[in-house]
Design a protein around this ligand. Structure first.
Ligand code: G1P
Length: 289
């Protein structure tokens, strides 16, 4: 089976980023020259996926508007001979087919994914969390789809983190399978310090099978009183193999103030037009400040 759809949960309140996110969705915060959500959608497009499913909540219409065609703006830009900008905006609105579903209650990531069940249907799908930006040569999601084409089982992206940070993540324990890949034995959402020896942390990229929806339906609230995707995956791992994949690239937690700042620096340094000058500027600043 081929991965054709990607679910992107965007219903979260963004409380870690207040006051910046009081009146705008956190997904619309800008990294260099585009909102973080655009990087995620561009990763999906570059991974060969055909449809994006946003799981939204109230107050998130700016995200849908960003990817929509704006007739008025297009007309004004063309009138003012700003054709290049008009073209760029049209490119964004033509990136990919996008549909939205609502998460009716804020019951956690697992519940958000479950909310997309009717639109996903009976096929494998990718999940990308908007807080996690990945800088890599080959898009992270694309790397995972290549592995999926081989194993045809669920995959979670992982990275090694210092042991004193494991309680911030879903953690997987597993046996090496082959290069960068593990077969998962156990997984736990935000383990208390000292309760796991594994430092393999889940980052926000998953390839899931439709069987996950049944599991999510049965999953009781877990860590933080929320329905956790990690708990549903653990249940599924008792019936089918689940793989953890150490992706190639650098991940930034753009939902956190410091992580966001680091993302801006990294994406700024890599920017085709601005990178060179920005690098010089950073050098100067680090010597001056
Ligand atoms: C979610 C997942 C967690 C994962 C993390 C990665 O947690 O539940 O397993 O490690 O994303 O960003 P959140 O950060 O949304 O609390």
């Amino acid at each position: 089976m081929k991965v054709r759809k990607a679910v992107i949960p965007v219903a979260g309140l963004g409380t870690r980023f207040l006051p910046a996110t009081k009146a705008i969705p956190k997904e619309m915060l800008t990294v260099v020259d585009r909102p973080t959500i655009q990087y995620i959608v561009e990763e999906v497009v570059a991974s060969g996926i055909e449809q994006v499913i946003f799981v939204t909540s109230e107050g998130k219409s700016a995200i849908e508007n960003h990817f929509d065609y704006d007739f008025q703006l297009d007309t004004v830009l063309k009138m003012k001979k700003k054709n290049k900008m008009a073209e760029e905006l049209n490119h964004i609105s033509n990136l990919i087919d996008i549909v939205s579903v609502r998460q009716k209650k804020p019951l956690g990531l697992g519940h958000a994914i479950w909310s997309a069940r009717d639109v996903v249907g009976d096929e494998p799908f990718a999940v990308l969390l908007g807080d996690d930006l990945v800088l890599s040569d080959q898009p992270c999601c694309h790397q995972m789809i290549s592995l999926f084409d081989e194993v045809q089982e669920a995959i979670v992206a992982v990275q090694q983190v210092p042991l004193d940070q494991t309680s911030n993540y879903g953690i997987v324990e597993g046996r090496p399978y082959n290069d960068r890949t593990y077969k998962i034995d156990r997984m736990v959402e935000k383990p208390a310090p000292g309760t796991t020896e594994s430092n393999l942390a889940i980052i926000g990229r998953y390839i899931l099978l439709p069987e996950i929806f049944e599991m999510l339906e049965k999953t009781k609230p877990g860590h933080g009183g929320e329905i956790q995707l990690t708990d549903a995956l653990l249940q599924l791992s008792q019936q089918r193999s689940i793989y953890a994949y150490e992706f190639k690239g650098i991940r930034f937690d753009a939902g956190d103030k410091l992580g966001y700042l680091k993302a801006i620096v990294a994406f700024g340094l890599r920017h085709a037009d601005l990178g060179k000058e920005f690098r010089e500027h950073l050098k100067q600043m680090s010597e001056t400040l």
